[in-house]
Write a protein that binds this ligand. Structure first.
Ligand code: ADP
Ligand code: MG
Length: 637
């Protein structure tokens, strides 16, 4: 048998390596920024076009390279940062593998100009697909500029795999933040498609965080600081009353590298225990420094996991430190002018002893009495009957009545020509399908009559139960409302005909500059959905009008959620921007499980659901209602 093993040519090996190092434009950004930092730059500019797909340019004022080094830097395993394996345990640089530039040059058109301080002329190199196509002296300022164009030009599978510009840009911004958050003494600039996205002058950590995450950040930061033999911790956690509704600003850095650690994350959330409302996320920006020997440094360049020798001790220290900081912050009395007065006891109640509310039960009540509705005592927990500030949802007030009452009547009059005009054909066919086991039409004239006094019950603050002739209908209140609102928002946005409620005082909300940019790009759609904006600044938005189905207290959460959804879920194709938006708004504004609905609201909800085009599914595809036929009930008896 002849030998079959061959050494791979360099450009092939580089391309394979590139597959691991460069997954998307953001990976290139990370590598180039880190190289500039390693080169001692004090000013770094990042310039991208089309989310880095056509251009990623990094300009630094670092130490530059000699002509030989400039050429060598693109070779695989060419690095100035380590000389022996032992160096791995005392690393002070970001890179050390000598793989990044070689990998990038294998899958893009790369150009580099670099000059050292004491040289007159610099070096200009052009490489395409690992092949050097130009090398010449040039004039250029001290430092290095690198252009990476047409990423994945020779790997179509990779190029096609890239997400939309919005998503890829988000990844770049994330990487940029992670680097900029650590190196506060470096001036960073970031331009996308010719527009300045961020300009971060050299400063301290606190100011850097404020510059990145917006003006309001300053007042929400609680400093964290601890020094032990095992670890030094510094940074900030967000005050519990500034929690985010969407997971967002949670950062761990270990020895100046961003890492993800579900284990340490748990230490933080447990330190916040009892201080957070359900489904809210604390912000944290924590910088840990440990002995490099105590962590596994040989981690993959693109991975953000890290292995600690002493994970359990680290957990305990971190948890105690954060708890301590939060405690200190709490002891300090704060004058809180924004305290919600409705949470205070009324003055005359303060000194009174509080008695358990009595529940009166009408023992003569007979559920089989046909007039029973009149006889039913109002049986509500006194606490629940008031609009609850904390849940932010006063359902009755914002659930606008529509002319869709008597939905059973819609279905019942299929023979009636007038009604057919109201009811689209396919609704009728769906109805037949759903009741196909039943020879009796689901709703007849009689039940339509009965519908006038139709009774809906709320079960476990989650389901709405009502009857139809053939049995029971059980509606999932949250999903049903999502469906109703989704169709409404979608219609309004595409027809631009939303009605908005004007606010007495404009609502000022602060966001980071990137979030503001995203909101601005959605401005026309948001206006169509019922929002009215007074002004946008770099960090805030002033809102004068909001959709009628939304309450003022929900607006900030709704917009926060919208930003998160638009960033995460906007796919290249398939769903339109309007659709993603309508889904997000509906999800945030819909009545939640656990909310008590007044009887009128229950009826409206059921009526509105069945007036929808697709009543059976929530926008996320889940079932909104089920029916339980009398025949099925019969089987159970
Ligand atoms: P690594 O960073 O792991 O050493 P890279 O492929 O990223 O590997 O870079 C190879 C070498 O090129 C670096 O070790 C460094 O000497 C040099 N280099 C890369 N970028 C720059 C830069 N912006 N300024 C100065 N030197 C650089
Ligand atoms: Mg590097």
């Amino acid at each position: 048998m002849s030998d079959i093993i061959q050494l791979l040519p360099d450009h092939v090996a580089n391309q394979i390596a590139a597959g691991e190092v460069v997954q998307r434009p953001a990976s290139v950004v990370k590598e180039l920024l880190e190289n500039s930092i390693d080169a001692g730059a004090t000013h770094i500019s990042l310039i991208v076009k089309e989310a880095g797909k056509t251009l990623i340019q990094v300009v630094d004022n670092g130490k530059g390279m000699s002509t030989t080094d400039a050429r060598l830097s693109f070779e695989r395993h060419a690095t100035s940062k380590i000389r022996s394996a032992a160096d791995l345990f005392a690393l002070s640089t970001k890179g050390f593998r000598g793989e990044a530039l070689a990998s990038i040059a294998a899958i893009a058109h790369v150009e580099q100009k670099t000059k050292q301080e004491n040289q007159d002329l610099g070096t200009h190199i052009k490489i395409e697909g690992s092949e050097v196509i130009l090398q010449e002296p040039c004039t250029t300022p001290k430092g290095t500029t690198i252009w990476v164009k047409n990423l994945f030009f020779n790997v179509p599978a990779r190029r096609n795999f890239l997400k939309s510009n919005a998503v890829e840009l988000r990844h770049i911004i994330d990487e940029f933040h992670r680097v900029a958050m650590v190196h506060c003494n470096i001036h960073f600039e970031f331009y996308s498609n010719g527009n300045e996205v961020l300009n971060l002058p050299a400063t301290n950590t606190r100011q850097r965080l404020v510059h990145i995450f917006g003006g309001k950040t300053n007042e929400k930061l609680v400093p964290v600081s601890e020094e032990t033999e095992l670890v030094t911790i510094s940074g900030f956690v967000g005050k519990p009353d500034f929690v985010k509704k969407t997971r967002g600003e949670q950062f761990f850095f270990v020895n100046d590298r961003f890492i993800k650690s579900p284990y340490l994350h748990h230490a933080i959330t447990s330190a916040f225990e009892g201080l957070l409302k359900e489904k809210s996320y604390p912000s944290y920006y924590l910088y840990l420094s440990v002995d490099p020997k105590s962590i596994d440094i040989n981690i993959h360049p693109t991975k953000t996991e890290v292995k600690f020798d002493n994970e359990q001790a680290l957990y305990a220290i971190l948890r105690a430190t954060v708890k301590h900081s939060l405690g200190q912050f709490n002891i300090t009395p704060v004058l809180d002018f924004q305290r919600d007065a409705s949470m205070d006891l009324p003055y005359e109640q303060v000194k009174k002893t509080i008695s358990v509310p009595k529940v009166e039960v009408d023992r003569n009540f007979n559920p089989f009495d046909t007039n029973f509705e009149k006889a039913v005592p109002s049986f509500k927990d006194p606490k629940e009957s008031k609009p609850q500030k904390s849940s932010g949802t006063t359902f009755v007030s914002n659930f606008k009545a529509k002319k869709t009452d008597d939905w059973e009547a819609l279905y019942s009059g299929l023979n009636d020509k007038n009604d057919i005009a109201i009811l689209p054909e396919r609704k009728a066919s769906k109805l037949e399908f759903e009741s196909s086991v039943n020879s009796v039409p689901m709703f007849d004239k009689a039940s339509a009559e009965a519908n006038k006094t139709q009774t809906v019950y709320q079960l476990q603050r989650k389901y709405l139960v009502t009857t139809i002739k053939s049995g029971l209908v059980v509606v999932h209140q949250n999903r049903a409302h999502q469906r109703v609102l989704y169709e409404e928002f979608r219609k309004q946005i595409s027809l631009s005909n939303a009605v908005s409620q004007q606010l007495l005082f404009p609502l000022e909300l602060t966001f980071s500059s990137i979030e503001i940019a995203l909101l601005k790009s959605l401005e026309t759609h948001l206006i169509d959905a019922g929002f009215n904006f007074n002004a946008f600044t770099n960090e805030s938005v002033s809102i004068q009008g909001i959709p009628t189905v939304v309450t003022e207290s929900e607006v900030s959460i709704i917009l926060e959620q919208l930003i998160a959804d638009m960033e995460q879920e906007l796919p290249d194709t398939g769903f339109s921007q309007i659709d993603v938006m309508a889904k997000s708004l509906a999800k945030s504004a819909a009545v939640k499980t656990g909310v008590v609905l007044e009887n009128e609201a229950q009826k409206h909800m059921v009526n509105q659901l069945f007036a929808c085009e697709e009543p059976s599914r929530a926008p996320n595809g889940k079932t909104t209602f089920i029916t339980l036929g009398v025949d099925e009930l019969d089987k159970k008896f």
